[in-house]
Write a protein that binds this ligand. Structure first.
Ligand code: ADP
Ligand code: MG
Length: 588
């Protein structure tokens, strides 16, 4: 050994250490093991999968498949890093059709757990087995085995205490494993899944079940029944799936599944696209529920962005997103937004004869939820007479029945099969919003010019931001000029606006333009201004309305393409069918 080498500080790390480091990227927790093993089984052509977990997957993850199996030569290599049967040349990356391809998973997993593979190829008598204990790979030996492959991973991170310390409670780890498994089960229609935890059945889906049936099995009938199908294509790109009405939206994205060419992924761009499609129908902080599958020619996407492969890059984003957005928005508009959902309809706990509510009452499913009493209709200040329907309006949307204004805020209206409660401000906002948009689209916003411009004082930076958007604002009938380094002059405003609305509108615009990390594009700016103008112009909660005003509001709304939410996404109406009422009153 020469002096130079002896004093070298740089060393090439042994394979085992390299795998443990790589494991840091691929294997974070039991759920990552579950994902890699199930993906391998799917790549192997499995039709039936059994997944057994113990202690949240920390003690055991075992995936058994009926796929192609491995011969002894393959088994020898399976635990080596960059050993894969799925990719040979870098060029293959462009048209990857399998879920795995990096040949890293088994090597990584084996380096941080006690792993064992048992496998037999179809048509062969003998099966084979091999073990990998924390990176020490044993010899391949013959063994009796069912057709297919079973991979067992025990005691995750037993040899990396620092990583093990990061694992959460059993319930949390189990939750993450199940989230992964649910996504996979939804994505791989055609494959049956049986999942157990500590030897008890957690869930299963049969091979024959389609997406809708799987959603029903996993998430229940109420959601499944409310889903609306999406199906659209543009050239070789296809979008298919199911989306839920806005009321099913949640604080998290656990029921938002995107599949790209059959692979589930959490892609930020697609998630944003979905949020955008619900804009105006949904509270912006809530995540819609949707199960969507996008097929794109493999050469159009790059899935090699992240080692866990959950993010991708699209080559033709510019063409893809308008297509997705259009298809999704159309589907969102078709969902039923007027049903208030189970929560509002949970009846009072049933009071047994001879007992008093509250006295020693047994806990009930309805407790802690909004109560039916909140829907109680009080006698309003101005009961309005029945009015005739117009022939132009589709019969089911026609204003019909008696209307009652309650608390100068809500309009309670009789329907053929129940009743609906309209939020007058929300509905009027939608009507005004659509009208302003139509005026804009037709290029005829009527402007009221001020002889003496109103001056608005702003910060320098705000004036600067505003200056960039003057031409866009002018198209909206908002005629502003920079008057000084900290002053903006309002020369004209749309006639639709109330007088002296200038300063407030300008401040609001500045706020919209300066918040967020990115400046809104002209489209969003237009939308924002129209929103805020619509709000300013609309009748408020608390405004008493004359019968004619109510009538014209309901009629105008009935003629809109969608009037189920206000422009900010709050519902404009809550509908109670006779069936809902019967449930609420225990009539059935
Ligand atoms: P990758 O999936 O990226 O190829 P892995 O480390 O996950 O890498 O797996 C290595 C190889 O082991 C795979 O390419 C495949 O040939 C084989 N393999 C793994 N799991 C299975 C299985 N369940 N059935 C058959 N072959 C498998
Ligand atoms: Mg793999």
């Amino acid at each position: 050994m020469t002096d130079a080498v002896a004093s070298a500080v740089i060393r090439v790390l042994p394979e085992r250490v390299r795998n443990q480091i790589a494991a840091g990227e691929v294997v974070e927790r039991p759920a990552s093991v579950v994902k890699e093993l199930v993906e391998n089984a799917l790549d192997a052509g499995a039709r039936e999968l059994v997944i057994d977990l113990e202690e949240g997957g920390v003690k055991l993850v075992r995936v058994s498949d009926d796929g192609c199996g491995m011969g002894p030569e393959d088994l020898q290599l399976a635990f080596l890093s960059h050993a894969t049967s799925k990719l040979a040349e870098v060029e293959d990356l462009a048209h990857i059709g399998t879920l795995g391809f990096r040949g890293e998973a088994l090597a990584s997993i084996g380096s941080v757990a006690r792993a064992r593979v048992l496998t037999r190829r179809a048509g062969e008598q003998l099966g084979w087995t091999v073990e990998n204990e924390g990176g020490t790979i044993g010899a391949v030996g013959a063994a009796g085995a069912p057709r297919g492959t079973t991979i067992e991973v025990r005691d995750l991170f037993y040899n990396v205490p620092a990583r093990r310390a990061f694992l959460k409670r059993t319930a949390t780890e189990l939750g993450r494993c199940l989230d992964v498994l649910q996504r996979l089960a939804l994505a791989h229609v055609g494959t049956g899944f049986i999942v157990t935890h500590d030897r008890g059945r957690v869930f299963d889906v049969e091979r024959e079940m389609d997406l809708a049936a799987r959603v029903r099995r996993l998430f229940g009938a109420e959601l499944a029944d409310a889903l609306v199908p999406v199906a659209a294509e543009s050239g070789p790109v296809r979008l298919a799936g199911l989306i839920a009405p806005p009321r099913f939206s949640r604080g998290d994205t656990t029921r938002q599944l995107w599949f790209l060419n059959g692979r589930p992924l959490k892609d930020r761009v697609l998630a944003r696209c979905l949020l955008e499609a619900y804009r105006g129908f949904n509270d912006e902080k809530r995540q819609p529920v949707a199960f969507l599958s996008l097929s794109v020619p493999p050469a159009e996407v790059d899935v090699n962005v992240h080692p866990t492969k959950s993010e991708v890059r699209f080559r033709e984003e510019r063409r893809l997103f308008p297509f997705l957005l259009g298809a999704l928005r159309a589907a969102v508009a078709r969902t039923d937004m007027a049903t208030p959902g189970g929560k509002l309809l949970v009846p009072f706990p049933r009071v047994l004869p001879g007992t008093w509510a509250g006295a020693g009452r047994a806990p009930s499913a309805g407790e802690g939820r909004p109560r039916v009493a909140e829907l109680e209709v009080r006698e309003g200040p101005s009961a309005t007479p029945l009015f005739a329907a117009e022939a132009r309006v589709a019969p089911e949307r026609r204003p019909a029945g008696r209307v009652l204004q309650v608390a100068a805020t809500y309009l309670v209206r009789e329907l053929a099969d129940g009743l609906e409660i309209v939020d007058q401000h929300a509905l009027h906002e939608r009507v005004t919003y659509e009208r302003l948009k139509a005026e804009l689209a037709a290029g005829k916003v009527e402007v009221q010019r001020e002889l003496v411009p109103e001056l608005v004082e702003l910060a320098r930076s705000e004036v600067h931001v505003l200056a960039e958007h003057l031409p866009t604002l002018e198209r909206l009938g908002i005629d502003l000029a920079i008057f000084g380094p900290t002053t903006v002059a309002v020369h004209g405003l749309p006639s639709l606006l109330k007088r002296r609305a200038g300063p407030r509108l300008v401040r609001e615009l500045v706020a919209a333009l300066s918040d967020g990390e990115k400046l809104p594009g002209p489209e969003q700016l237009l939308d924002h201004v129209v929103h805020s103008m619509a709000c300013r112009r609309s009748v408020m909660a608390g405004d008493e309305l004359a019968p004619e005003e109510i009538e014209s509001l309901l009629e105008a709304a009935a003629r809109l393409p969608h009037d189920q939410t206000c422009p900010h996404g709050r519902p404009t109406r809550v509908r109670l069918s006779l069936a809902d009422l019967e449930r609420a009153f225990h009539r059935r």
